[in-house]
Design a protein around this ligand. Sequence first.
Ligand code: FES
Ligand code: FES
Length: 979
Amino acid sequence: MSKAQPGMSMERADIAFEVNGAAVSVCVPPVRRLSSVLRDELRLTGTKIGCDAGDCGACTVLVDGEPVCACLMSVASAAGTVVTTVEGLANGRLSALQASFLDHGAAQCGICTPGLLIAATALLDREPNPSETEVQDALGGVLCRCTGYRKIVAAVMDAGRFASELSTDGIAPHPPAGTFSPYSDGEKDEAPALASPSPRLSRGEGKGEGQHQLQRLDLDLDRRMPISGHAVGSSPIRLDGLPKVTGGEKFGGDSFPADALAVLVVRSPHHHARFAFGDLDAWVKTRPGIVGVFTAADIPGKNSFGVIAPFADQPALAEGFSRFRGEAVALVAGEREAILDLDLSDFPVRWTELPYLLQPCEAQAGGAQLIHENRPANLLTTGFVERGDPEAALSGAAFVVSGAIDTSYVEHAYIEPEAGHAYMDGGTLVVVACTQAPYMDRDDVAKVLGLAADKVRIVPTATGGGFGSKLDVSLQPLIGLVAMKTGWPAALAYTRNESMISTTKRHPAEMKATIGADADGRVTGMVFAGDFNTGAYASWGPTVANRVPVHASGPYATPNYRAEGRAIHTNGPISGAFRGFGVPQATIMQETLYDELSEKLGLDRLDFRLKNCLRNGSETVTGQRLEAGVGIAECLEALRPHWTRALADAEKFNSANDSRKRGVGVASCWYGCGNTSLPNPSTIRVGISATGDVVLHQGAVDIGQGSNTVIAQICADALGLPLEKFRLKSADTAITPDAGKTSASRQTFVTGKAAEKAGGALREIMLRFANVSEKAAIALDGTSLVIREGEATRHIDLSTLKADADGFVFRAEESYDPPTLPLDAKGQGKPYAVYGYGAQIAELEVDLKLGTVKLIKITAAHDVGKAINPLLAEGQIEGGIAQGIGMALMEEYIPGRTENLHDYLIPTIGDVPPIETILIEVPDPEGPFGAKGLGEHVLIPTAPAILNAIRHATGVLVTKIPATPSRIRAAIRDKEAGR
Ligand code: FES
Ligand code: FES
């Protein structure tokens, strides 16, 4: 297939301005967005696109010294100005602000970082020592979904302390000036080691080894190492941190090949509809630059994907009818300019809208139409756990409380919409895209496109936030289809609206529960029932339905228990994985009832929780005996002084104020790390090169949480070599072994354990080679392996040893799969090998007249077993809390109404109060160095703690989440009216 000439319908003009100190001139339509010109014409991809609507601030640049959203500014308006992008901040050395960001761990995924750095640079230029309020004001227009902002605020306020000590030498230069062709693919450096290197893949395309190696050379990683020199327990600057602050990091949309076809997705505008195409060939022929239209009829494989194979049900392109608003039905591929100008209003598709069901109660009503013929009553699946005799326990309880709570769809709202490109490398389809699960992507893409799994190579780019949604494939099979069918590379970056309408959400839940306690305040029984709106396709619905009943008791001993979780199909957005897999919703139900129960018992709310919490030797609701490592009591005890102080503060405030009242709430969490009763192995390969590097094949995708660094730290200590000797080979299904998906708080535990085993095995191999005992110390000195035992020192010249195909002279590869047992028909068994625990206190103030909530402080104690990297752990906690704040107070995705970041609100820098983190280390014998997972846990207690604090302040519990001002006001009015 040959490509037509692009349409040139838009008038072009030569426009000159200055960028990062160099004069540039571009010939483009004058109305084109400055952000687009910077990225696509000048290849300054450090400027990010999160919304193209002025809502996210990711595109912030300086124009004549003032921060502006480059997506809202036409390039014509930039004529004659001086523009500074993130690539212009470093001048041979990092700016003090960039160094401060690295030092504070203020960049997690890094997609928001360029916008924040630019906005903060403008502030620091006029106020070198800003107050917290000034920082919040200056950065208020830039959203971050990962960090919770606290480390960003600290980094900006602390920037003055940083002389720039970090060299940027060796960072690939960004093109500062001159004339550039659109989507130029110059500036490539060496390809990764592959048997047949792809001409299109460079280390700059992903979180490649090159970037990590450069930073290793430039940064003093030992700065924050403890005296002992151990990597575990220290907080070195994250190994993948440098490109996040220079603009060098390549996310899904940052490395499109010059000759890539652009792809547009035609989507259903209806919740449920039949559709038929008109004459697609004729439509294509009349549009210059359009290469083709592809529909389900073009899919060569099985047009059905899904993260859980037995439930796989989602077509890559719908066939004849669509089940939700936003479902993909066709692809249009063409020259980039033609696609940019394309008007889809006359695309030949006829829609017939059909009746639709958006609520689980409608979908479950007798006679309701079936969304999938093979799923009676629109029930996807049910999870169930039963222990003892809950009815007898509740009827015999001294105190019983019951309640019902509904939650809403929550959107992941990562700042990077899905993006990537695909191309054919001989007979292999290569997909370069953001993701959380490269091997799962590979298998689904292969299935849909009718390829063998080894004929699909997934190369993850940096991923600008995921939080669960990027576990499911999105654009991968679509761009793969275009690349296969046309032979041309195919590129696609979702718009914000497209990302929001087509990808997964947190399940809305309708929950009921009853909990009883004896007169001494011991919980005796609980029943829980939750209906989870799983939307049009299965995605992770089965996981949510199964995980919720296991966790709905909270981390408390509950001898008599029944919990049921049902995943119910509707024509709503697909609900999938989102940090906690349904547990955050269920915890709201349980923890708010715990407050009511402690009040009935006349017990302090913290004491009541301590009285009932799991301890070593306790049995869970699945009958699992927890022998060791149960740290919830330690978390609650650590909160006690804060609880006492906060209650006293609130009482004092409330005695002096009538219209505003303070409240304090507490809530706990527990969360089983990894898959529920299913295998989820990780494999890690590590070796020593002939040049004296430790090369870690680390296939766990770091989506900002820090696994690149944490797993290397674990491996370093198990191996007994310093972290700065490590080079990372990041995830790539053609290179790195499968380390599983980045989900369910499993990477530090599961992949970390594999890294611990691999490091230990490699050490053993080298010691055996040197014929010394396990007490020997090893070191690398250039190409020399130095082994010391007692008085004896031996040098082994690595360059003289024979290297294998990976360049290793010594190598080890180890796998780890957590030991779990299946659940029986009553949900009894050992679903997880390791649990993590936590508890949080929320302090807040409610305006009784307006219903508004002002958060004052969150105090969070989390048992991480062993803090492998305390700074990254804190960052996870702060980021999770921010998402919990959003869930509690503002986030409600409504199809058709809140499909952008203007109408869908997520916390801004001013919405997150000071957070005090307390890291508790109760080691788990199973985890690497005793470590447990943390990523999901941190969000779980926040919303219930906030709701309990609102109740403490006002006397009312809001039962429809989020607790918006109007809902809080309505609840107060009802209470005042005695309703
Ligand atoms: S991309 Fe410009 S504000 Fe979001
Ligand atoms: S670090 Fe801010 S969005 Fe990921």
